[in-house]
Design a protein around this ligand. Structure first.
Ligand code: ARG
Length: 408
């Protein structure tokens, strides 16, 4: 090992092995620089006297959480017309606080799915350069969508000529937009396959983009080796996106049996933000969410939770995706207890938030579990998260790439 290698010894009462779905007692994890080099039992090796030793007695170690649906450059207090007053540079600066809050909550990786102005690219790069503190980010840039769709900006009348930066119509415009997003730094491609709750004048049940357009979009992204994510509430849009070969369906609210069967057949992941509804219906009006959006949410929220239960029962591949940004950053882990309440075991919820997410991103060799050779993205909680998943709402220790950002 290199002369300047920094070695850290981490001990705790338990370690959650998300890959094998089991708990390991009295673990000792050895970290060299940014990587995990040993996972053994305490006593198997002696910790050198002068070594850096983080002793988390009585606590449980887990891989850092991975949230597959966030908007770090969005502020939860600014919705609807309030958001129109936020400039792109200001949105990037909101991202600085959001990124820190997210990491401190134990979320060491996020997939940022939708940010105008490539503010997410700037944020990712600033984090990677060590200028600011935040999670590992995989980012999409502006979300692709049809003219007037959920991913367009429909708040202003025609004389303002407002247009979402990801708007592209027709197979070739869509391919060109994918190429443009990649040119400016996107790691993933996000698009809107149906209307949405928080957009003006769109129907959550109605498909957006034709099959032909979705086929072109996903094919172009695949050609370039990028993962794709489709915002979709209604079944027509969900099914078209799955048939196009999308990597994950976001929201997946109105699932029918055919959509579930199709997802199983294609190996499509569902990323279902089943906590969001509580914030939208509770705090949304104050934050500027439109009346029509509150009305739409009343048709989506409860139904989405039923769909979640069905999808879990059917064995669809699931990841943790929260839509933080709609609600305050750092509250992400609150969704885990809802995932358990609506049908998952605690282990399944943790797997959705770690190894499944890593696999969706094609990064399972690098992150998603506490294993030799992987990046040292490790968190700790007091007590047993398998007995009480809400312990994840108060993470005591956060390590990303071998660096400790929090240890209380
Ligand atoms: N961004 C999503 C939309 O506007 C939020 C949906 C939130 N509601 C929910 N029940 N998941 O459609």
């Amino acid at each position: 090992s290199p002369v300047f290698a920094k070695t850290t010894y981490l001990t705790a009462a338990h370690l959650i092995d998300v890959k094998n779905g089991k708990t390991i007692k009295s673990p000792l994890v050895v970290i060299e620089n940014d990587k995990i080099i040993k996972v053994v039992s305490q006593g198997e090796i002696t910790i050198p006297n002068n070594a850096e030793h983080i002793d988390l007695a009585g606590q449980t170690l887990l891989p850092g959480l991975m949230d597959m649906h966030v908007h770090l450059t969005s502020d939860a207090n600014l919705h609807g017309y309030k958001r129109l007053a936020v400039s792109l540079p200001r949105s990037a600066l909101y991202g600085v606080n959001s990124a820190k809050a997210t990491l401190m909550a134990g979320v060491t990786t996020v997939r940022n799915v939708g940010a105008p102005g490539f503010a997410d690219v700037a944020l990712r790069d600033a984090i990677n350069d060590g200028d600011i503190v935040g999670p590992r980010m995989y980012v999409s840039g502006p979300s692709l969508g049809i003219t007037g769709g959920h991913c367009d900006n429909n708040l202003l009348p025609v004389e303002y000529q407002a247009k979402g930066q990801g708007v592209a119509d027709g197979p070739w415009q869509v391919r060109a937009k994918v190429r443009e997003n990649i040119k400016y730094g996107a790691d993933v491609i996000k698009f809107c396959a149906t209307g949405g709750v928080l957009s003006k004048g769109t129907k959550v049940g109605a498909q957006q983009y034709s099959q032909e357009e979705m086929d072109a979009l996903v094919a172009e992204a695949k050609l370039r080796g990028l993962v794709t994510a489709a915002h979709a509430h209604g079944n027509d849009g969900i099914k078209a996106a799955i048939k196009a070969g999308v990597s994950s369906i976001e929201h997946a609210s109105f699932l029918d049996d055919e959509a579930i069967a199709l997802a199983k057949k294609h190996g499509t992941y569902f990323s279902m933000d089943i906590y969001t509804t509580e914030y939208i219906l509770g705090e949304g009006e104050k934050a500027g969410i439109l009346q029509e959006s509150l009305d739409k949410e009343r048709t989506v929220g409860a139904r989405q939770r039923e769909s979640f239960t069905q999808a879990v029962k059917a064995g669809v591949k699931m990841v943790f995706g929260s839509d933080a940004g709609v609600y305050p950053h750092g509250d992400n882990p609150k969704q885990l207890s809802r995932m358990v309440r609506f049908g998952m075991t605690a282990m399944q919820a943790l797997q959705a938030a770690t190894i499944n997410a890593a696999t969706l991103l094609n990064k399972q060799h690098m992150i998603g579990s506490i294993e030799v050779g992987k990046q040292a993205d490790i968190i700790a909680v007091k007590g047993d998260p398998l007995a009480d998943i809400s312990t994840l709402e108060s993470v005591t220790m956060v390590m990303k790439n071998g660096v400790v950002y929090k240890n209380e």
